[in-house]
Design a protein around this ligand. Sequence first.
Ligand SMILES: NC(=O)C1=CN([C@@H]2O[C@H](COP(=O)(O)OP(=O)(O)OC[C@H]3O[C@@H](n4cnc5c(N)ncnc54)[C@H](OP(=O)(O)O)[C@@H]3O)[C@@H](O)[C@H]2O)C=CC1
Ligand SMILES: O=C(O)[C@@H]1CCC=N1
Length: 275
Amino acid sequence: MKPRIAFIGSGNMARSLIGGLIVDGWPASSLCASDPDAQQRQHLLERWPELRVTANNETALDQADVLVLAIKPQVMAEVCLPLAKTVQKNRPLILSIAAGVRSADIDRWLGGQLAVVRSMPNTPALVGSGATGLVRNTQVTDAQRDLAESILRAVGMTVWLDDETLLDAVTALSGSGPAYVFLFIEALQEAGIELGLPPETAALLALETVFGAAKLALEADEDAGQLRQRVTSPGGTTERAIAVLEKGGLRPLLAKALASAKDRAGELADQLGRQ
Ligand SMILES: NC(=O)C1=CN([C@@H]2O[C@H](COP(=O)(O)OP(=O)(O)OC[C@H]3O[C@@H](n4cnc5c(N)ncnc54)[C@H](OP(=O)(O)O)[C@@H]3O)[C@@H](O)[C@H]2O)C=CC1
Ligand SMILES: O=C(O)[C@@H]1CCC=N1
């Protein structure tokens, strides 16, 4: 029998995990999702009629082997504190997907001495192409580690880290990363329009170029730098464009953007840790 999983918060990320698990062969009846929003619960039931759905977090937690915390960081403490008594009785594996909330704080809000896996997935999980970083605390057994991994692997690839502070860097890179790529696609499209392309054509070419380049980079034996050089003919068009991007400081700008995202994760953790 598959372990029972309770999702607290049934928004974007929880729905993608639920969908991935069901496609992966987990029976919907082994999953329970909780959300205060009636419309959200209705959507879940329309899509997966056998899913157990509730407005009550305590009910979701009942008999769960894994408690997935898929709520916004800002409500994590107020959601966890009332669940502490039941969590201490049932002692499920705690799996958080929230940005900038430390394992130690989650453990404290839930009464302490719990097995906590903290993870950082991303929205491509919605289409089964997520990338997730995970860390575990010392209470997590190898079997629980495998269980957490099998949940996140249902929506993409996973990578374990030894040091929890690195999860803020993962958040900055791959957690927030899809937004940078979408911004890049928007900018490519706008630039194409400025050069006279019809908007739909510019949008399609921008999108397919990013998709094709990522697919090639995943499948090729060469790294991104080598693949870039293959496009860049000496004295050709790409060389001119790349020179403009390098001179304009694309690399340091991205480094600065990621550092800001990482700092924000740390700030959130410090603020929330005071609760
Ligand atoms: N979006 C992203 O790209 C990523 C998000 N994350 C993390 O995932 C978590 C969830 O994000 P996401 O799915 O995007 O957010 P959503 O807002 O889509 O989902 C959160 C859900 O939790 C519900 N909720 C609010 N309060 C409670 C409560 N007391 N009990 C139960 N459920 C509650 C919300 O309902 P309502 O809307 O009514 O408030 C909402 O449906 C966040 O912590 C975020 O940091 C991680 C990686 C990527
Ligand atoms: O912006 C955020 O805070 C969340 C975490 C990573 C992606 N979205």
